[in-house]
Design a protein around this ligand. Structure first.
Ligand code: 9GP
Length: 814
């Protein structure tokens, strides 16, 4: 018996086909015969939006009229992925879509492929924000995602002949984008620069220039909740389109300067910030979207009121600061309350403090933003004054609490030269949370230790999660059907802990075989996809071993590639005979920040190892390496369901959480990993015997740093490691040119900050255990199934429930 919790569609496939025809006619002006798949995609999207509009408007009305506090998730990134399939699922229109499109003479795949993926985020942080807004809507909690509609998202990654990463702009808005509704009538003015003067004893900011923030609204439909929230992304427009006087003097470029300056603000995700201009642009972006969002929330919750009672503001909405990017919102709300609405400092502080909370997503101190005071003073002079005053108040508070002067100095929000945004967020909001148990503990013990000593009650943990709708139901329909069959219900899609009910089935060989067949079919699908999209010849009968994530030294792609080279050398040297080797296909996916030299060298090395290994007849059929370029949400949705073994091998104490690890476990991959981030909790839940653990712990890492880490010792002591590094150094992967990886090799041997060499032995040792299990498919799949059954905790619905209870103190609409 299968219950259907997904919304029942109000239309038949034939009716939906008619709606598509109407859209084609009235919006695109084409007949189905004239239409291209891209036309049908736009028409279908518009038709689905129409199905969601009533729930969207009702959700907004209930939010404003009811007494349920809303959530404003302020984030510089929302890596939402493609929208069509998700919207169809949540509108209950998937089947109708399939039939309708075919009845119009189109292939479903062509129509789905016409959608261009928005790349409005870098990686985990932005994808988490996307999962969270999905879960908020699915739980029926009123919420806004607030961010920026960048014209150019994360760069498109290509590889050149030499295997180097080439970045090209990603103009995702080149064609019609049917999901975002541009609402010119609800714009906001955001100002910059100028000076602060005293008028009648009051501080008045006289800005030098302003831009127009125009909201672009994306509907965020909940799954089976009947609720549709809003993702409001701001686009920057100029008030002075064009200076006619200048133009008429034939100074054409000068005539559009104001427009260019304004529109630059939402031009690109993470502009290069190594120059002062780049830094200024980033701060402008941050202020732009938080200022517009704060004013927007006042507009929404106090409609038509000139003198709203903003002492109730924190009861209407709670703002979550996603990392430090939106933290300038704290002085902005203070300014708005005092300068625009006339509240005194103390009242403004109480409201501000109650409104904001801060999530820290990193453990790397260099990733916590620090802005030069001079820059803030130039762009936002009034805010700098407010920050100085917050800092004075903070110091007095610390003094009153008996904190030592030295410690007070260490804790300064404003140092004179700079402003530490993480400290401002920690003091200025009610709660601070890390994103996995270990991470939250390390925040308290190390990164924000002084703050946690003084304000222990502020600190809490919310372990990350991922949405099962996109990452199981849409990405892995076969597994989704099998889970529903095993549990006898599809309610697990809204209550992922129900997966626990699969655990007894791990003892049922027939069910495990079905589970294995799902994986095998997914591997075949992926091989076909990789052939079509990349021209790769992947053998689905090999173990698919995946490492996908941003390229960063701490994540240690270098460890994986060195172990792979060592394996290659083993086969070449005859140390391992070809029949002893388990056939493996290793798949990497990773983008490196454009200015990150060692990360880019690592990408080049992976590509060249792939070139050499894949062309070497000695290892044919035993070892293959592929590096599909431009890793994105779409590729993740194809690759994760097909993966047998995934890699979470960061140095312990460096990965705040990770969310890829959760997606893999939920899709029935086994994980090889360190005790880092959320790996710790995954292992606890799935059982130590169902997780391949290796490597140093946080304490061991600290002890080794303290004792003085010398990577060369590990190179000298381990002949396989030595062989691998020597091959990189001697030009094996660079056509004999020893200079190509010289810097990388030098770094490994002299610095190796993330202790890749120290963990190499443990990492290669565990491979034997992995392979011994893999050759027993029933046992491997039993364990993989136990992973699925015990990963229900890692639903983003659970994360949101934790935020609601521990931080936001609100819940679903009645
Ligand atoms: O590096 C963390 C990653 O571990 C985490 O899963 C993700 C979401 O919480 O945030 C990443 N952090 C950043 O991208 C920047 O702080």
């Amino acid at each position: 018996m299968t219950e259907i919790t997904a919304p029942k569609s109000p239309v038949t496939a034939a009716e939906f086909a008619n709606e598509i025809r109407e859209q084609l006619k009235y919006t695109q002006g084409v007949t189905p015969e004239q239409a291209k798949p891209a036309d049908v995609y736009v028409a279908v999207s518009a038709a689905v939006r129409r199905h969601l509009v009533d729930s969207w408007m009702k959700t907004q009305a209930d939010m404003v009229n009811g007494n349920t506090k809303a959530v404003g998730y302020l984030s510089a990134e929302f890596l939402i992925g493609k929208q069509l399939r998700n919207a169809l699922l949540n509108a209950g229109l998937t089947e109708q879509f399939n039939e309708a499109v075919e009845s119009l003479g189109f292939s479903v795949q062509d129509v789905v492929d016409a959608e261009y993926e928005p790349g409005l985020g870098n990686g985990g942080l932005g994808r988490l924000a996307a999962c969270f807004i999905d879960s908020l809507a699915s739980l029926g909690v009123p919420a806004f995602g607030y961010g920026i509609q960048y014209r150019y998202g994360i760069f498109k990654q290509e590889f050149d002949e030499a295997g180097r990463q080439i970045e090209t702009p990603d103009y995702w808005l080149a064609n019609e984008e049917p999901w975002g509704h541009i609402d010119y009538n609800r714009d906001q003015k955001v100002s910059f620069g100028g000076e602060v003067v005293e008028e009648n004893g009051r501080k008045v900011w006289k800005p030098a220039w302003s831009v127009r923030a125009v909201p672009v609204d994306y509907m965020v439909p909940g799954y089976a909740s009947g609720r549709v929230n809003t993702l409001r992304l701001w686009a920057a427009k100029s008030y002075d389109e064009f200076d006619l006087l200048t133009f008429n003097k034939s100074e054409y470029l000068d005539a559009v300067k104001p427009q260019v300056k304004a529109e630059n603000i939402s031009k690109i995700l993470y502009p290069e910030d190594s120059t002062p201009q780049g830094k200024a642009l980033r701060l402008e972006q941050q202020y732009f979207f938080v200022s517009a969002s704060i004013h927007d929330a006042i507009r929404v919750f106090y409609p038509g009121q000139d003198k709203p009672d903003l002492t109730t503001f924190a009861d209407k909405i709670t703002f979550q600061l996603n990392d430090t990017h939106p933290v300038i919102g704290i002085p902005e709300l203070m300014r708005v309350l005092m300068d625009e609405y006339g509240y005194d400092w103390d009242t403004a502080w109480t409201i501000t403090n109650k409104t904001f909370n801060y999530t820290c997503h990193t453990l790397l101190p260099e990733a916590l933003e620090v802005w030069p005071s001079k820059l803030i003073g130039e762009l936002l002079p009034r805010h700098l004054e407010i920050i100085e005053k917050i800092n004075d108040q903070f110091e007095s508070e610390l003094k009153a609490k008996g904190v030592a002067d030295e410690t007070i100095k260490d804790m300064a929000i404003y140092t004179g030269d700079s402003v530490r945004m993480a400290y401002l967020a920690t003091y200025g909001g009610s709660h601070v949370n890390g994103v996995a148990e270990l991470h939250s503990q390390l925040l308290k013990d190390v990164t924000l230790k002084n703050f946690s000593d003084v304000y222990p009650g502020k600190f809490t943990n919310v372990t990350n999660g991922v949405t099962p709708r996109r990452f199981i139901k849409l990405a892995n329909p076969r597994l989704s059907d099998l889970i529903t069959e095993g549990l006898g219900t599809d309610r697990w899609l809204s209550d992922l802990e129900l997966l626990k009910g699969l655990e007894p089935l791990a003892a049922d060989d027939e069910f495990v075989k079905k589970f294995a067949a799902v994986k095998q079919a997914n591997k075949v699908d992926f091989a076909n996809y990789a052939k079509r999209e990349y021209g790769f010849d992947i053998d689905p009968n090999t173990m698919i071993n995946t490492m996908v994530k941003r390229l960063h030294e701490y994540k240690r792609q270098a460890l994986k590639i060195l172990a792979l080279i060592a394996r290659y050398a083993d086969i070449k040297s005859g140390r391992l005979s070809a029949d002893e080797v388990l056939p493996r296909t290793v798949v990497f996916g990773a983008k490196a920040a454009p200015g990150y030299y060692l990360a880019k060298q690592t990408i080049q090395l992976i590509n060249n190892v792939a070139r050499v290994v894949n062309n070497d007849p000695d290892v044919k059929g035993k070892l293959n390496v592929y590096f599909p370029w431009n890793y994105n949400v779409r590729l993740a949705q194809h690759l994760i369901p097909a993966t047998d073994l995934d890699e979470q091998i960061s140095q312990a104490g460096k990965e705040a959480s990770g969310t890829g690890n959760m997606k893999f476990a939920l899709n029935g991959a086994m994980t090889v990993g360190t005790l880092d981030g959320a790996n710790v909790e995954i292992r606890e839940r799935v059982g130590a015997e169902n997780f391949f653990l290796f490597g140093m712990t946080v304490d061991e890492v600290d002890a080794l740093y303290a004792a003085g880490y010398d990577p060369k010792k590990y190179y000298d002591a381990n002949p396989r490691l030595r062989a691998a590094i020597d091959m990189v150094a001697d030009g094996t992967f660079s056509n004999g040119d020893k200079s190509v990886y010289a810097d990388l090799v030098h770094d490994w041997l002299t610095k190796d900050w993330f202790m890749t060499l120290a963990d190499f032995g443990a990492y290669t040792d565990i491979q034997a255990e992995i392979e011994a299990l893999y050759v027993q498919p029933l046992e491997w799949n039993r364990k993989a199934l136990i992973n699925v059954a015990n990963s229900g905790y890692f639903s983003s619905d659970r994360s949101i429930e934790d935020y609601l209870e521990r931080i936001w103190k609100t819940g679903p609409l009645a």
